[in-house]
Design a protein around this ligand. Sequence first.
Ligand code: UTP
Length: 303
Amino acid sequence: MTQSHSGISKAVIPAAGLGTRFLPATKATPKEMLPVVDKPAIQYVVEEAVTAGLSDVLMVTGRNKRPLEDHFDRNYELESALGRKGDAERLARVQESSDLATMHYVRQGDPRGLGHAVLCAAPHVGDQPFAVLLGDDLIDPRDPLLSRMIEIQGQYGGSVIALMEVDPAQIHMYGSAAVEPTAEGDVVRVTGLVEKPEPADAPSNYAIIGRYVLDPAVFEILRKTEPGRGGEIQLTDALQHLAEDEKVGGPVHGVVFKGRRYDTGDRGDYLRAIVRLACEREDLGPEFRTWLRSYVTEEMQAP
Ligand code: UTP
């Protein structure tokens, strides 16, 4: 099995949320299966884990888990139909997702929060540091983040979270981190965390985004974490414990991400992800960009 250079080999992808912001599309389909150009959002996330050297992937699924499992499994009927037609290109596209990684699944019975979803991974993860990638958070494949986080975890130990500077008016939608600088420009020491604070209570405008490299000590803390904001067991609350007491699971650092990131569970961000990634595609991009330019010109001329 491939391993990242720090020895971390397991990735956990929570994908059991209800996806209420995207109803009715997510009534019977997980939001992670919504296509971004021609691949479901979740495939980008698994590809990102594999690119960072993590080929053992545990997906935490909920109701409607079937499409997720099927997507990463073989589809013999489709494969043999394409094989008979001699359509090697499409056959390769079908096989791509089933050949990517060693996939495992665990069911989160009730969506009791992200912290609870991560706790469902404890038996599979064991006592090694591991990565968590949120299934609805898409990091542009051209802006690697996870490999840098794994590198920082190798350097400092403990846990590493991903942070992004946001407009202070937006911080109430994220977890917010209190930070101190380190010698490295893109790395901060995290001294405290608050989930979805009011702007006046936010320790900074550094928002937590959906990538984590965690010390397994987080499981013991999650077992004791009471439901917090929204009645859910919050991962941020458990990380706050790690941040305030280094003796428990080592320090918490943050890698400040300045690249492109899309929350595909948010309708506006989802549309932006599709337009951006479609423009960059060699096969679709040239024609799509030409259309987009003329569409924008028309829009600008409209009264
Ligand atoms: P969100 O905060 O986006 O919640 O979850 P949600 O329920 O999925 O979506 P909305 O807000 O109703 O539209 C962040 C991540 O945590 C996972 C989600 O699948 C998503 O990747 N999650 C959340 C779980 O796996 N289980 C939970 O109980 C809650």
